[in-house]
Design a protein around this ligand. Sequence first.
Ligand SMILES: [Fe+2]
Length: 232
Amino acid sequence: MTSQAQTPQPMSFAILRNTHEVFRKSIALMGEILDKGTLGEFRQEWVNFRRCRATHLAMEENAVFSLLDEVGDGAITEAGLGQEHIEDFENAVLVEQATTADEVARAFEVWKKFQLGHLAHEERVMGPLTMKTAPTPAGRGRVVQERLVLPAIAHGDFDWYLAFTIARLTAYGTAEQPPAIAVRVFAWGLQYASTPEQWSQWKNIVQENTTADIWLEMVEKFQIDGDGKIAD
Ligand SMILES: [Fe+2]
């Protein structure tokens, strides 16, 4: 193992990656709910998913997508990721228009298959390109502030998005990370992509939506209660 593998680095683009993990868990939860046939509960989780996804889309469309097209010679456009968002949206409308439990379950299966494929496709195409946006973690933090965080704020629902994402990572972790690591990777990455003013607000949302143990560990090992790292 290299020393870099032993020393964690802040990864601001992990905001996108760990939001994908929140989506995957939400999709799994919706599947379980539908198996029980409780449509009201399903629609509640569907609304959560769509609301979280709206901020995520604000980070991607006309934001990270164009950035990665710039550093990747048009790789995002060539992969058709924006086009996939349109198809996903059309599938989602069919879920919302379905009325009976059977219709909803059928529309959900179609939507789910495409959505999961899309998330994996984005990760394959976007993951390597994010490293080309700046040579250092701090540099990538600045890029994420400008090309991802600011467009997400402009969407107007950032505080809810942050609370929801942290609460879900706290409850479930990710496929590869236990909750403490999943929350730390996201929050530390965001701290490196935040101004001191932004982080003075957002760190409170992180603390309120995770456990006391996870918060304390992040404070002790990662100074998560310190300043946002982007100078004004
Ligand atoms: Fe995405």
